[in-house]
Design a protein around this ligand. Structure first.
Ligand code: SAM
Length: 295
């Protein structure tokens, strides 16, 4: 049994949500306001394990400029320990670029002995710039890398997702955290008259099947494409609810990774996103215990 004030070990953590159950049965769901905290918490665990890494944010500007505590790039940049080494923050809207640049400028300066971080703000369309980033080899293929694809609805092209998935040929692929809208997807699909936009987003003309599909099946379908077409070993759609207590799923954050520990870390982050961060020592203890072979 797990008491409320005790941190569960990985093998005692609740299972990832079963999507064949009504989602309102989930005990500790994350709602929209806490999405950035989920991302921050996951990367906190990620960096405690990897001790280094690259963070790519394809759509980095704040969703709500007046609510900086809900801004993923800000929470991740300011999270301690500052062991993620390379940041690539992409943004195409001029006002948003200024905000992202201001955030980057407000970070502690690089120093020879201490802070070795690089923060790159890249202005322009991520769907184009991503190819330059990858072909220029600006971070090592051996390095652990996480990419947030936090689009509004149809902005992230499938070819971009493919390029990210194919970049690393050593160790694990770049981890993805892909935003799939749900609450407004029917309306958005009906309103979008330029089918080329939908085809670039989905990657083929099959997007039209989404119109008649039950909501959860869309998330499952995209997850299976990430597994089958791009080769990710573990893919899990995490529902993000409208608000506390609501059973309305506004969107899914789909986590795609090859690392066997990563889904457990995301599971832990999802259920703990709104709680105070546990100290690194506590996390390490849990992590090493969870890896011990059963006696
Ligand atoms: C939903 S917001 C991102 C929210 C943000 N991740 C947060 O935590 O608040 C999407 C951002 O992507 C930007 N954007 C839209 N299309 C883009 C593209 N093709 N390339 C780069 N940025 C884009 C928008 O200007 C906006 O700032």
């Amino acid at each position: 049994m797990i008491s409320d004030n005790q941190l569960p070990l990985f093998d005692q953590l609740p299972e990832a949500p079963r999507f064949d159950l009504p989602l309102r049965r989930l005990k500790y769901p994350v709602w929209t306001e806490n999405k950035a905290r989920l991302i921050e918490r996951y990367l906190y665990y990620f960096v405690l394990v990897t001790k280094h890494g690259t963070y790519i944010d394809g759509f980095a500007g704040p969703q709500e400029a007046e609510k900086p505590d809900m801004w993923s790039a800000k929470l991740v940049l300011e999270s301690e320990p500052r062991w993620l080494k390379h940041f690539f923050l992409f943004e195409k809207d001029p006002k948003q670029i200024a905000r992202v640049q201001q955030l980057a400028d407000s970070q502690p300066p690089r120093t020879r002995k201490g802070n070795k971080r690089n923060i790159h703000v890249i202005a322009g369309d991520f769907n184009e710039s991503v190819h330059q980033l990858l072909s220029a080899g600006r971070f090592s293929k051996k390095e652990a890398a996480f990419c947030l694809l936090d689009q509004r609805t149809f902005e992230c092209h499938w070819s971009t997702v493919e390029a990210l998935a194919r970049y690393k040929t050593e160790k694990y692929k770049i981890e993805l955290f892909y935003f799939l809208s749900n609450g407004w997807l029917d309306r958005a699909l009906a309103a979008q008259k330029d089918f080329a936009v939908l085809e670039s987003w989905w990657g083929d003309p099959d997007w039209c099947n989404l119109r008649s599909m039950p909501h959860l099946d869309r998330a499952k379908w995209l997850s299976s494409r990430l597994r089958e077409q791009l080769g990710y070993v573990f893919v899990t759609p995490w529902p993000i609810f409208e608000r506390k207590g609501s059973s309305r799923v506004m969107y899914y954050m789909i986590h795609a990774t090859d690392h066997p520990e990563a889904p457990k870390l995301m599971n832990r982050a999802y259920f703990k996103a709104v709680e105070p961060k546990e100290p690194a020592e506590q996390f390490r203890l849990d992590f090493s215990r969870a890896k011990e072979p059963a006696a």
